[in-house]
Design a protein around this ligand. Structure first.
Ligand code: SF4
Length: 445
């Protein structure tokens, strides 16, 4: 292990495919790339477009997550605004419930949203405001749902936030659990970044399988509450939505299946597996026709880029392990070698799959920090880093190409069209002449 890697982190990094330590609290002082509990909860719930998202805490928490996801909505745009009780020193000393109550009354009277999510962040976790009591009071007075998400950032890491978001959604959906069941699926864990939910919905529309609700990309309260009536849950982002899928199976009797829509191979597999579980013979035939038509189109579109990508080396550091697996497969199909792969919230079985499908010697890391990413990217000579907003500056400082596969992506990377966009973007950035100048400047400095 390189000498600048903290000893406490050695068991969370492997080059031999050995089992990794994962799904644990970050090592103190290691400067983890993970986000806080509140951030995990907010990124899952925020795309509910006609809900009111109120952060009960200091203003910094609200700015941290405001508009960080490029989730699109075909309906309300209320979710694109950020609201906070903006707790100050006086509120922290004397309590913030009066400010919260005043804020909720203002929201109820002016906006009348069907549901308000109140995120109680670190400071509120310390001072102990009775947020639940205020929420019940407002629900009773104004006949709307007020759901409290007690998410102090210090209480764990991003995965706990996903779980809290799942609990908040169960709270919202449970009153509708006895509604008449129907044939159709819910899509869980797609946040409609750059319109990806619309692409997936269109595939199922063409095949003939109804989509009942989307959680939570491009969703509104009226559609969300139909979710308990569906006959299958299709889980795209397993990291954020497995908890909810399990709870919906337990409470509403809805079975679930993991399905990645990233890459040709995985998109085709996701459609086939879903249709196998829910479709008729005619729908199966339409599914196969769609896969053949779209795959051929994509293969023709990406073929000019393949010679320029062959032999390049990729590093991947994303939120969930399931996406990382799809990316390894996608890079392999494009002729690149993955030399480093990791996730903020990966699970043991996901790291095992990564070790099986990646080339021997690939560095696999759970919950990495910038120093580790830099060390191994340099050691392995990575040509490109795929990650999110926190990884972008690191890649640029190292003079390495970067592809955002998270909140800030500009074009959809899911579905068949996503493969075309991803290949074009990878080719543009990896073969840009700018990197040779950045690296030369770095050597001169
Ligand atoms: S760590 Fe605490 S203070 Fe910081 S953004 Fe998260 S909830 Fe807010």
């Amino acid at each position: 292990m390189p000498k600048d890697i903290l000893e406490e982190r050695h068991n969370s990094i492997s080059q031999t495919g050995a089992a990794l330590d994962c799904d644990k609290a970050s090592v103190a002082g290691a400067v983890s790339q993970r986000a806080c509990v509140y951030c995990g909860a907010r990124v899952v719930l925020n795309p509910i477009a006609d809900a009111f998202h109120l952060v009960h805490g200091p203003i910094g928490c609200a700015s941290y997550t405001w508009d960080i996801r490029g989730s699109l909505s075909a309906g309300s745009e209320l979710f694109r605004q950020s609201f906070s009780t903006d707790l100050k020193e006086r509120d922290i000393v004397f309590g913030g419930v009066d400010k919260l109550r005043a804020g909720l009354i203002e929201i109820a009277q002016i906006y009348q949203p069907p549901v308000i999510f109140v995120y109680a962040t670190c400071v509120v976790g310390v001072i102990g405001d009775d947020v639940e009591a205020v929420a019940r009071e407002i629900e009773k007075a104004y006949h709307l749902r007020v759901i409290v998400v007690k998410a102090p950032g210090f209480a764990g890491h991003k995965s706990q936030g996903y779980r809290l978001a799942g609990e908040a959604l169960m709270n919202l959906l449970t009153p509708y659990k006895t509604d008449q069941k129907r044939r159709g699926l819910n899509i869980l864990g797609d946040y409609n970044l750059a319109g990806e939910m619309w692409i997936i919905k269109n595939y199922f529309r063409e095949i003939g399988i109804p989509v009942i609700a989307s959680l939570t990309g491009d969703s509104g309260h009226a559609d969300l509450i139909k979710a308990p009536t569906a006959s299958l849950n299709v889980v795209q982002c397993a990291g954020s939505m497995t908890y909810l899928a399990k709870k919906m199976e337990e409470e509403f009797g809805i079975p679930w299946v993991k399905a990645s829509f990233f890459g040709l191979e995985d998109t085709a597999r996701a459609l086939r597996e879903t249709v196998d579980l829910l479709g008729t013979e005619a729908e199966r035939r339409r599914c196969e026709a769609l896969i053949e038509r779209e795959s051929n189109k994509v293969k023709t579109a990406i073929s000019p880029y393949l010679p320029q990508l062959k032999g390049k080396k990729a590093a991947i550091f994303v939120g969930g392990g399931f996406k990382a697996i799809s990316l390894i497969r996608q890079f392999k199909a494009l002729g690149l070698t993955t030399v480093l792969v990791g996730a903020q919230t990966g699970q043991k079985e996901e790291y095992e799959v990564m070790a099986n499908i990646a080339s021997p010697g690939t560095v696999i890391l759970d919950d990495a920090n910038p120093s580790e990413l830099e060390t191994f990217m340099r050691e392995k000579g990575a040509d490109i880093l795929v990650g999110g907003v926190k990884e972008r500056p690191l890649a640029y400082k190292l003079g390495v190409a970067f592809c955002d596969h998270n909140h800030e992506r500009q074009s959809p990377l899911a579905g068949f069209v996503g493969v075309e966009n991803f290949t074009r973007e990878i080719n543009l950035t990896i073969n840009s002449p700018v990197w040779s100048y950045v690296q030369a400047a770095g050597e001169l400095a």
